[in-house]
Write a protein that binds this ligand. Structure first.
Ligand code: FAD
Ligand code: UDP
Length: 366
């Protein structure tokens, strides 16, 4: 065997595993079918601005070891995500906090006032919330659900909120303070110079082949290394033999404007059906750039997944989770293959969880 490990996918799972293996003296080959490293966190410099090509990414974590690890490759800035939500001509702060509540209900001045409204509105939900709609109403009441959650979620998932699992909305904090920080984690930021630089540094000294699809030469690749780290889609690995898992895709429409400041914030969520996009990203604000003469803006349109598109989101409802479990059973029987990351584990993972999981899988190797 020429390599100890063949890593399929140069995203964060693959890059972390490859980096740890290389540091432990192993011989590693990384392949990726895309023309670039970094998977979905890839950033490209356009007009001097680091553009998040596969969707906006903000690093946030509670794991000190993960934070120290990523900071050992690149310095992070102090960016704190505070998206603004727009519905029609109204603007609200996100996540749901006292700024949001006092604008939604004009008699709210204290946390107690806000709680009174939420308690009253959530009375319609009795027992454990059974789906995203019930979960949302029991967290923030129907008024906010209808203005800031229902439309966004329907556009994002192309399903009724009553047919979606409640865990999706549990990611968002609800606070009785005037704190617009979207995340509760202790550490947060964006790599100075972009995520591509982070992954480039993780892969330093490792052989990487781009534009290389594992499935074009599967038999040969299987013979090249003692172990395969596979970070592509698990159903594809098994040739969809048990059926196809569902995914959601996205379409990004990126524009360059001759303007210093287009929207005044990195992220604006469009929570209503008056536009088809869910988010508008102005990339320069991730790095506090308020002076360069141009700006790069991306409109994010959710889309059904079709052959040839990127699989951005797994659809973790009961039906798909059951099928993924069947695939997982098959994958557990493989002795020389580690399935890791968002697509191979069919999990709605954040970046830090993906890195943590790769660290744990590598620890399991020794
Ligand atoms: P990927 O980055 O998808 O990497 C997998 C790689 O494998 C890809 O490069 C792919 O080309 C390659 N590959 C697949 N099949 C093959 C094959 N057959 N042959 C060769 N190569 C193959 N997380 C956060 O923490 N904060 C955020 O703000 C955030 N925002 C997000 C926004 C969007 C729009 C999306 C979609 C996700 C976001 N995430 C965020 C999640 C984050 O993107 C993931 O957790 C992380 O990038 C997953 O890394 P991965 O290595 O598992 O997968
Ligand atoms: N969400 C919403 N309104 C918003 C933002 C998010 O209803 O303005 C819901 C939506 O269902 C979404 C989920 O919260 O799928 C998780 O949002 P997050 O921003 O974490 O999504 P991601 O970054 O993973 O796309």
């Amino acid at each position: 065997m020429k390599y100890d490990y063949l890593v399929v996918g140069a995203g964060l799972f693959g890059a972390t595993f490859a980096n740890l293996a290389k540091s432990a003296g192993k011989k590693v080959l990384v392949i990726d079918k895309r023309p670039n490293i970094a998977g979905n966190v890839y950033t490209e410099n356009i007009e001097g601005i680091n553009v998040h090509k596969y969707g906006a990414h903000i690093f946030h974590t509670d794991y000190k070891d993960v934070w120290d690890y990523v900071n050992s490759f690149v310095e992070f800035n102090r960016y704190t995500n505070s998206p603004v939500a727009r519905i029609g001509n109204e603007i609200y702060n996100m996540p749901f906090n006292m700024n949001t509540f006092s604008k939604i209900w004009n008699d709210v001045f204290t946390p107690e006032d806000a709680l009174k409204h939420i308690e009253e509105e959530k009375k319609e939900i009795t027992g454990e919330p059974k789906n995203l709609e019930e979960q949302a109403i029991s967290l923030v009441g129907r008024t906010i659900y209808e203005k800031l959650i229902k439309g966004y979620t329907e556009k994002q998932w192309n399903r009724d909120c009553s047919e979606l699992p409640s865990f999706i909305i549990k990611r968002l904090p609800v606070r009785l303070t005037y704190d617009n920080n979207y995340f509760n984690d202790k550490y947060q930021g964006v790599p100075i110079g972009g995520y591509t630089k982070l992954v480039e540094n993780m892969l330093k000294g490792i052989e990487v082949r781009l534009n290389t699809d594992f499935f074009d030469n599967r038999e040969d690749y299987m013979k090249m290394a003692n172990k395969i780290i596979y970070t592509g889609a698990i159903d594809e690995y098994y040739d969809y033999s048990l059926g196809k898992l569902e995914y959601r895709s996205l379409r990004f429409d990126t524009k360059i404007y001759d303007k210093v400041n287009y929207q005044g914030n990195a992220v604006i969520n469009y929570t209503g059906h008056e536009v088809d996009y869910t988010r508008v990203i102005e990339h320069k604000h991730f790095e506090f750039d308020t002076t360069s003469p141009k700006t790069v803006v991306t409109y994010e349109y959710p889309s059904d997944y079709k052959e040839g598109m990127e699989k951005y989101y797994t659809v973790n409802d009961d039906k798909n989770n059951k099928l993924a479990d069947e695939y997982r059973k098959l994958s557990k029987k493989e002795e020389n293959i580690i399935f890791g990351g968002r697509l191979a584990e069919y999990k709605y993972y954040d970046m830090d969880d993906v890195i943590k999981s790769a660290m744990d899988r590598f620890k399991g190797e020794s």
